[in-house]
Unconditional design. Structure first.
Length: 265
């Protein structure tokens, strides 16, 4: 494929790491409609600014950045990104490295946006997070705590994933197949204030990015500060070369992944 160009309001990024997300597996499988044969997957990446389009300010060539890519393109040496979804790695609360940033620009706005924006989570609320061991789930538990959640429960598909998820601050992690009874027992029949289901989340986020891009940017910047300060950890558990993208998808599709998988470009 030819190297993309930075159009008006865009930047061109020389990609260092691309995050792998379940939404990209779904797109490849045709869950959102038949994919074009020339589609390039990848909804988040990190790298260095290589070119700047017309009307873009506040960025310079060579800047290290994470980028959210609503139309994909991250599994590549170069990716064109909207400038408003290109975030700084240096924040008032610290600096984020490129490796961590490779799995940040989609999962952070997704988790923070759902909990703080859509659910309006308040201190003292209880939260249930499905797919608790995944990229969004592991971050969402920590963000829920940072927002003041009193109780955070998770669900997973296997015992080993439960052990992994517990390190992110869950009060309890239940098997997915019988979680309704487990939650009722744990809460004395009360249930939860907020439920987050990350499956499909990035797809919903993509339409948010078109309807309210400034809100998405605000969520992203706020959540990145939580990472920079050490309040939230993005746990990168696997880094594969770009040529092994198919293997990354196979693992995710089979449910063998935990934490965040990156492709090193």
């Amino acid at each position: 494929m030819p190297t993309p160009e930075a159009g008006p309001g865009e930047v061109l990024v020389r990609v260092a790491y691309a995050g792998v997300n379940y939404a990209e597996v779904q797109h490849r499988l045709g869950d959102f409609g038949p994919p074009d044969t020339l589609d390039i997957p990848g909804m988040e990446a990190s790298g260095h600014v290589a070119a700047i389009g017309e009307g873009v300010s506040g960025l310079a060539i060579g800047d290290p950045v994470p980028v959210y890519l609503p139309d994909g393109g991250g599994y590549a040496e170069y990716a064109g990104a909207p400038a408003r979804f290109t975030f700084p790695l240096r924040t008032p609360r610290g600096e984020i490295d490129l490796r961590t940033a490779g799995g940040a620009a989609l999962v952070l706005p997704t988790a923070y946006g759902v909990l703080a924006g859509a659910a309006r989570l308040r201190p003292g609320d209880s939260v249930l997070i499905h797919a608790a061991a995944g990229g969004v789930g592991s971050v969402a538990a920590q963000i829920a705590r940072a927002l003041g959640a009193d109780t955070v429960y998770g669900t997973v598909g296997s015992t080993d994933k439960a052990e992994y998820a517990k390190r992110f601050g869950y009060d309890a992690v239940f098997p997915r197949e019988d979680f309704p009874d487990a939650v009722r027992d744990a809460t004395g029949g009360r249930g939860m204030d907020v439920v987050l289901d990350p499956v499909g989340g990035p797809t919903r986020l993509a339409s948010v990015s078109r309807r309210a891009p400034d809100l998405l940017r605000t969520h992203g910047l706020t959540a990145l500060e939580l990472v920079a300060s050490g309040s939230v950890l993005i746990d990168v558990t696997d880094i594969l070369p770009l040529a092994a993208a198919a293997r990354a998808h196979e693992r995710m599709q089979a449910g063998h992944n935990v934490g965040k998988t990156l492709l090193a470009v």
